[in-house]
Design a protein around this ligand. Structure first.
Ligand SMILES: NC(=O)c1ccc[n+]([C@@H]2O[C@H](COP(=O)([O-])OP(=O)(O)OC[C@H]3O[C@@H](n4cnc5c(N)ncnc54)[C@H](OP(=O)(O)O)[C@@H]3O)[C@@H](O)[C@H]2O)c1
Length: 124
């Protein structure tokens, strides 16, 4: 449970995070870690079925995770993602983890003063 994971460590309660490419691999791990610390997470990937499965699993764990499909190669889909994230987080984003890569300029409009970017190198 999220509360057990928080015990003895630190809290990210109230923090908003976007983890691109969160359905598999290191992005998936990071979604679970951040949500386990109490952050609200938004994630994306291209495969709707896999994304829905992950969202269901995270919901069952008590994690606050939202998501929608987005192909980072599509500007239209990137802009749709930003709209969704902005709407979900009321325009405030504390942390961006670029699991599958996304250009940062499009995210600038979401950022709060405490915005931090973590880039997992490999994708551009
Ligand atoms: N795994 C590691 O130990 C490790 C260590 C250091 C750095 N990294 C870096 O971390 C990044 C992720 O690696 P990984 O091994 O976790 O990769 P992965 O297992 O292939 O996961 C990639 C994630 O990104 C999504 N994705 C891929 N292409 C996408 C696209 N065009 N648009 C939107 N989402 C996309 C995938 O979902 P869909 O396919 O459904 O879109 C999936 O959720 C890479 O840059 C890698 O170089 C990984």
């Amino acid at each position: 449970m999220a509360s057990e994971q928080l015990s003895g460590r630190w809290s990210l309660n109230g923090m908003t995070t976007l983890v691109t490419g969160g359905t598999r691999g290191i992005g998936h791990f990071i979604v679970e870690e951040l949500a386990g610390f109490g952050a609200t997470v938004y994630t994306c990937s291209r495969n709707q079925k896999e994304l829905n499965e992950r969202l269901q699993e995270w919901g069952a764990e008590g994690f606050k995770v939202y998501g929608s499909t987005c192909d980072k190669a599509s500007r239209t889909e990137r802009e749709e993602l930003i709209k969704n994230v902005s709407s979900t987080f009321d325009g405030k984003l504390n942390l961006l983890v670029r699991g599958c890569g996304l250009t940062t300029w499009i995210l600038g409009k979401l950022c709060s003063a405490k915005f931090v970017t973590v880039c997992l190198y490999g994708y551009t």
